[in-house]
Design a protein around this ligand. Structure first.
Ligand code: ADP
Length: 181
């Protein structure tokens, strides 16, 4: 019997976009189990806490797939060295999305270094679909913060959470300002 193919799709997912979802759905076609590894990665200063980022991934996967596929997608936090996490969890392939030439340079370097650390773990790149290749969490957050329409880039649920998060942020800022005076 052939070995179970376990994929790991790592990222910040701050928040999950339609582009990430496309990679997740396509990923489930090439592996048996797909672990979506949500990086704790406090260094990058995510807008959403890890629990919210994970909850959004779970909600999106559950609403976009049938129950059988949803069961094959496991959402986990991950911290530390990617390749160590992959080894500990029996991962056979790391799945990444490639949007543009700008992604390539970074991804190529990271893939080459990871291959040196453990050549037995394959790294599979899925080319971004032309419908989603321009979407990045960073720009979604910037457009959302300025009141722009983000409905083409994220689901309705994620858009709502983003607006709620900004409203919360304003309250925190307003609270801090009132304390300062
Ligand atoms: P971002 O770069 O949007 O902040 P992440 O750090 O969470 O997202 O990226 C995780 C992975 O998802 C990376 O491999 C990245 O190239 C890929 N990815 C992000 N956005 C898209 C997209 N729109 N289409 C395809 N892949 C994407």
């Amino acid at each position: 019997m052939s070995k179970e193919r376990v994929g790991l799709y790592p990222g910040t997912f701050d928040p999950i976009t339609n582009g990430h979802m496309d990679i997740i759905l396509r990923g489930t076609r090439i592996v048996d189990t797909l672990i979506v590894g949500v990086a704790v990665n406090a260094g990058k200063g995510p807008l959403f806490p890890i629990e919210d980022r994970m909850a959004m991934v779970r909600e999106e996967v559950d609403s976009a797939t049938d129950a059988e596929t949803a069961k094959r997608v496991v959402v986990r936090t991950f911290d530390g060295l990617l390749i160590d996490y992959a080894k500990r969890n029996g991962v056979t392939a790391i799945v990444r999305g490639l949007r543009a030439v700008s992604d390539f340079e970074y991804e190529f370097q990271m893939a080459s270094m990871n291959r040196k650390l453990d050549p037995s773990i394959e790294i599979a790149f899925l080319m971004a679909s032309d419908k989603y290749h321009f979407i990045s969490s960073r720009f979604v957050k910037e457009i959302g913060a300025l009141g722009g329409d983000i409905s083409h880039f994220v689901s309705e649920g994620v858009a709502k959470r983003l607006l709620a998060r900004y409203a919360q942020g304003e309250k925190v800022l307003a609270g801090a300002a009132s304390k300062a005076y």
